[in-house]
Design a protein around this ligand. Structure first.
Ligand code: SF4
Length: 288
């Protein structure tokens, strides 16, 4: 049912490329997104060309940026600063380079799949990513974002570049009372940004392991490594070896441990793969 609705929606829209990103717009009946894109486009192109934006132009882009609020689901009760799994080059490369490797978590990306049929979400996530990865904002400017006490960075997508990482760190500096949990597979731009700006005290960095069931060395500045395991047995084995358990339900039920840095254990967090059928799990295990 969903698929039919989406195909119909996509048919009514025009696919365009903007700054190497795929977007879908309604030319005949422009809505809020189309109007926002029209205002943001020249400003983003100007900034991308290395020209200085005026204070008003920078603030205009932040009024177009959309913070997500989660009133249901796993991160219920949080706000989030999101990127796009479809148009983020890091995410694209991970999926393309691992197309035959079922153990790569990006091949099973829920966000990328969702953005295929939720065009509004794809468009908004993409515009968010472009704004935060093109303009290096001031801490004072970022104070206008309407964040809540617990804020997730990248509940969708990943860190596009160092400008994006710098802006996320500056959001932490702008809101010292907010607890930030920043998830990333693309750790390099975040390390470079922390080298320059320092790591904010109210930020917990969580490195998402790229491959199911495989541990990785924790990157500089990161607090935890988050690893997804293919079955109950391997998840329990990891927990017995000292990993903290992510129960996979709501973060609120575990007391938002990732956001407060309250995990005991060996610095890894283990989560059981969700939503995969038997055949997929078999394929994943064969690839590990
Ligand atoms: S460990 Fe807790 S806070 Fe972290 S992702 Fe799992 S449920 Fe959320």
């Amino acid at each position: 049912m969903k698929k039919q609705t989406n195909e119909k929606t996509k048919e009514q829209l025009k696919e365009i490329q903007f700054m190497n990103c795929k977007l879908f717009i309604n030319e005949s009946k422009p809505g809020k997104f189309e109007k926002d894109l029209k205002i943001a486009s020249p400003l983003l192109l100007k900034a991308a060309a290395g020209e200085k934006l005026t204070a008003v132009e920078r603030i205009t882009l932040l009024t177009i940026y959309k913070v997500s609020f989660h009133d249901s689901g796993k991160i219920e009760g949080t706000s989030s600063l999101d990127s796009t799994a479809t148009n983020c080059e890091f995410c694209q490369n991970m999926r393309n380079n691992n197309a035959d490797n079922k153990a790569c978590i990006c091949v099973h990306c829920y966000d990328a799949a969702q953005e295929q049929y939720r065009i509004n979400v794809l468009n908004r996530h993409t515009l968010n990513m472009l704004i935060m990865s093109t303009v290096d904002f001031e801490i004072d400017e970022l104070r206008m974002l309407p964040l809540t006490l617990i804020t997730r960075v990248n509940s969708s997508g990943d860190t596009r570049n160092k400008i994006y990482a710098r802006n996320m760190l500056k959001c932490c500096f702008a809101f010292p009372l907010i607890h930030f949990g920043y998830w990333a597979k693309n750790t390099a731009p975040i390390i470079a940004a922390c080298d320059e700006l320092g790591k904010p005290e109210n930020l917990i960095l969580i490195q998402s392991a790229c491959y199911i069931g495989k541990t990785v060395k924790k990157a500089k500045y990161f607090d935890y490594v988050f690893i997804v395991y293919p079955d109950k047995e391997s998840t329990e084995k990891a927990i017995a070896a000292g990993a903290s358990a992510c129960n996979g339900k709501k973060c609120r039920e575990c007391g938002y441990k990732c956001y407060f840095g309250n995990h005991a254990g060996n610095g890894t967090i283990a989560e059981l793969l969700r939503g995969a059928d038997k055949k997929t799990i078999q394929d994943i295990k064969a690839s590990i």
